[in-house]
Design a protein around this ligand. Sequence first.
Ligand SMILES: Cc1cc2nc3c(=O)[nH]c(=O)nc-3n(C[C@H](O)[C@H](O)[C@H](O)COP(=O)(O)O)c2cc1C
Length: 170
Amino acid sequence: MSTAGAPPFDSKEFRSLFGHLPTGVVVITGLSTSGEPLGITIGSFASISLDPPLAGFFVGRSSRTWPLIAERGSFTANILGSAQSDLCWKFAKDNNEESRFSGLDFGVSTNGSPVLPDVVATIDCTLDSTRSIGDHDLVVGMVTDFRVRNSTQPSMVFYRGKTGDARIES
Ligand SMILES: Cc1cc2nc3c(=O)[nH]c(=O)nc-3n(C[C@H](O)[C@H](O)[C@H](O)COP(=O)(O)O)c2cc1C
């Protein structure tokens, strides 16, 4: 029998189980208050409400980048294409010294956040609210603009630790 309050399985198994549930992949981009471009790879991004238009994601409270983006109060979700696994891993790695944007020719969205090259679509948000849940924060954004930029490529799917392709035969 498990101890009260403790999970009945280990966190490795929990992660591995959820690896069986495919997700899309976005890079949440924004700027620090001093204008430095910032970004994090996120698989939990989803639409939340149509009226008002809200979208959000769950971010670990150990994230170093999210608090810097949140301080400015706006962000952009960049939906990755299936051929963009380099961007997926680049924005998930701790590079310490080097900016995740080094060598990237990025654009600017209507709210000033970086737009990564050749992404499928972007969704601009202003920060609506955050709520602490377990060891993550639920971040809710008010959608202020959205653009399909490159719909000829299939979107990325993340499944069992690997990136793949969201094409569905009709
Ligand atoms: C496909 C994929 C999906 C991810 N999804 C999330 C997520 O939804 N929430 C989260 O907090 N981290 C997620 N991560 C992990 C972060 O990208 C990673 O911890 C990153 O180093 C955080 O950077 P930071 O400490 O600079 O904020 C994901 C990573 C990958 C590769």
